[in-house]
Design a protein around this ligand. Structure first.
Ligand SMILES: [Zn+2]
Ligand SMILES: [Zn+2]
Length: 202
């Protein structure tokens, strides 16, 4: 499919609905998730058939949630705060895992685009500059959609083990705030049981 066909597809529209806008990041996530699902020969997960590890919390990870069906709330969407555009998908059925990582430069913006991005983010862009930025942003998204997967990513087998399935466990009452917390997330301090918020607030 070319960029136009992808943008008109139900799958892509779902990603845009979820994320809120079309952007190069969302498009990268779309390409990566699709490539990973193809490699694993998998369909979107209703339950926990697939697990995903994402190494960024940027735009692209939203497309990964929509396309793989791995979500934060199901516990099969694991976030590592590495600031890297890299995703590892696992199939519980086959035990296989695949890591899709962006190639250096694959998302590089042109000078004008980058300068406008700064202005838009900083809130100092004029209406005209904002419009120009939106055009460049959209064109960049289309160019990425049109690129072959191999040009965008390196794809290798997963180095890590499949993440454990989400656990449901009883809560315990924190001695300090008196709120229930998952037992495994609390810690003992003397004769007290403390939730993470009370033990070491961030
Ligand atoms: Zn975005
Ligand atoms: Zn507490």
């Amino acid at each position: 499919m070319n960029a136009k066909q992808i943008m008109e597809s139900e799958e892509f529209k779902k990603c845009v609905d979820f994320h809120g806008h079309v952007c190069p990041g969302l498009v990268i996530g779309y390409k990566a998730a699709n490539a990973g699902m193809d490699m694993l020969n998998e369909q979107r997960a209703e339950d926990e058939e697939i697990a995903a590890i994402v190494e960024t919390d940027a735009c692209c990870s939203d497309a990964v949630q929509v396309l793989t069906g791995c979500t934060f709330g199901k516990g099969n969407f694991i976030y590592k705060d590495y600031g890297k555009i890299a995703f590892t998908l696992f199939s519980r059925k086959t035990g296989q895992g695949v890591r899709i990582a962006i190639r250096p430069g694959a998302m590089e913006l042109g000078d004008e685009h980058r300068a406008l991005l700064q202005k838009v983010m900083g809130g100092s862009a004029t209406l005209e500059e904002r419009k120009k930025f939106e055009t460049l942003h959209f064109e960049k998204s289309c160019r990425i959609l049109d690129k072959p997967v191999e040009e965008l990513f390196t794809i290798t087998s997963a180095k890590e083990q499949i993440p454990a399935k989400a656990r449901i466990e009883p809560s315990v009452i924190c001695s300090c705030c008196k709120e229930p917390a998952m037992t495994s997330k609390t810690q003992k301090q003397g004769d007290k049981t403390l939730c993470r918020g009370c033990a070491a607030p961030e």
